[in-house]
Design a protein around this ligand. Structure first.
Ligand code: MG
Ligand code: NI
Length: 473
């Protein structure tokens, strides 16, 4: 008799998700799925709104990565306006996007992932959380809190608000940077460097104890996609997209936001509200690809900042070609935090950074526009169509989680097949299956906002849905 194991909701994620594991009559894993269980409707209810409202409307999609939505949306609007934004505005947006990446990666690594990594996959679930980390490793707990605050405070200094700031507008930003605020950011840098140094050292010390997880945490060949600069260095805000194949060869390059939909399609599966993005020339699911920190470090040739450059060289030593195990998303995230701090410091030394010209003004000059940016968890694309009055007639968003969807599903199946034996599972086994998803740090917030306590409910279901056994954490 076949059975289904359900993990609902999956905990320590940004949003709501559910995992089901289908067993066959022999108690072996037949199939496994990661379900995103909510629908939001932003693409639909934005219809009829003036295009210039889109950045602040779209930022409401997510409390974790509102800055990426602001930037991708503003860029789509600027394509409609046919303007290039002032240099200083572009630099200030870069700082904002990097600050968000640092705070979001700190949240992912310290609050969501480090309980598994520092306390152990089998550790007491009651203490396997950020408070347990603070109790067991106080200096690392403090480093995590401080790095998150570092990113959040920069966002607040630039944009006057930590969450859903309205400072990024079509054409640039509303206000230039004041010298006092620049100096305040500069003063925070030494502590930020010290904290990411601690985290990298701690991660490297424990990584080798996770060999079995590295082996089965979505460890397979795939395509990868991210933004990249013309000099092949990492880029979060400008540049164009590159797609590489499983061996690391360039499959497609210079994909601008305007050409995104020529290269990328979206498939639908009946078990999830999140779509499955794929590279069109290869079709679905062969054209499935990964985005986010692992993809970015697999694609770029340099970081463009000295300390992160050394870390990239070390990261590339993990494999001959692309690094395939999604466990290494954690490692890549820490390298990117270091890069973010260095790059913010670099941009602040731009002689034009306090310049007052930060906004270009224009009306509707084209009836369609697209913009893309790297969100912390991967490429984000906004595409809008407007009428002659600038009212939105159609909108499409492609978010990072949709692009990692196929890899997350295959990863859950790979880990479940390895760990669930003879229909038996322990709490630690289920935690590992969840941890596969946590490695990707999916932004389900981009489709839903978490509220209240999220218990982990694990159900063993008969084929007709009868609950045979249930564990509530
Ligand atoms: Mg869409
Ligand atoms: Ni998000």
């Amino acid at each position: 008799m076949s059975q289904t194991i359900t993990i609902d909701p999956v905990t320590r994620l940004e949003g709501h998700g559910k995992i089901t594991i289908q067993l066959n009559g022999q108690g072996e894993v037949e199939d496994a799925h990661f379900h995103v269980t909510q629908v939001r409707g932003f693409e639909r209810f934005s219809q009829g709104r003036p295009f210039y409202e889109m950045p602040s409307l779209m930022a409401r999609i997510c409390g974790i990565c509102p800055v990426s939505h602001l930037i991708a949306s503003a860029k789509a609007c600027e394509a409609i306006m046919s303007v290039r934004i002032p240099h200083t505005a572009a630099q200030l947006r870069r700082i904002l996007n990097l600050a968000q990446m640092v705070q979001s990666h700190a949240l992912s690594f310290f609050y969501l992932a480090s309980p598994d990594l520092l306390l152990g996959m089998e550790s007491d679930p009651a203490a396997r959380n950020v408070f347990g980390v603070v109790a067991a490793k106080p200096e690392l707990g403090r480093a995590g809190v401080a790095l998150r605050r570092f990113g959040q405070h920069i966002i607040e200094l630039l944009a006057n608000k930590r969450i859903h700031p309205g400072w990024v507008v079509p054409g640039g930003v509303t206000e230039p940077l004041a010298a006092a605020k620049r100096d305040e950011i500069l003063a925070m840098l030494p502590e930020a460097y010290a904290n990411i140094g601690l985290a990298l050292a701690a991660y490297k010390q424990i990584a080798s104890t996770f060999k079995p997880e590295i082996e089965v945490f979505a460890n397979f060949p795939s395509l990868y996609m991210s933004l990249i600069n013309e000099d092949e260095s990492i880029e979060f805000t400008d540049g164009a997209l590159r797609m590489i194949d499983a061996q690391g060869n360039i499959l497609d390059d210079g994909i601008t936001a305007g050409k995104f939909s020529e290269s990328i399609g979206e498939a639908v599966e009946n078990y999830s509200y999140t779509k499955f993005a794929y590279y069109k020339p290869l079709g679905y699911p062969q054209g499935s690809y990964r985005v986010g920190p692992l993809a970015r470090l697999n694609i770029v040739k340099s970081m463009g900042t000295p300390k992160a450059e050394d870390e990239l060289a070390e990261f590339k030593q993990l494999a001959q070609g692309p690094v395939e195990s999604s466990f290494y998303y954690h490692h890549a995230r820490l390298v990117e935090i270091l890069y973010g701090i260095e790059k913010i410091e670099q941009i602040l030394s731009d002689p034009l950074i306090l310049d007052k010209h930060v906004r270009a003004i224009a009306g509707v000059n084209r009836l369609e526009g697209a913009g893309q940016a790297e969100a912390p968890r991967g490429t984000l694309m906004h595409n809008y169509k407007v009428d002659e009055n600038g009212l939105i007639t159609w909108a499409n968003l492609v978010i990072a989680t949709g692009q990692n969807n196929n890899a997350m599903n295959n990863g859950v199946l790979q880990a479940a097949r390895h760990y669930v034996k003879d229909g038996k599972f322990t709490e630690g086994v289920l935690n590992r299956v969840e941890a596969v998803i946590r490695a990707f740090d999916p932004c389900l917030s981009c489709s839903s906002h978490a509220f209240g306590q999220m218990p982990l409910v694990l159900s063993l279901l008969s084929p007709d849905g009868e609950v045979l056994d249930q564990v509530i954490r």
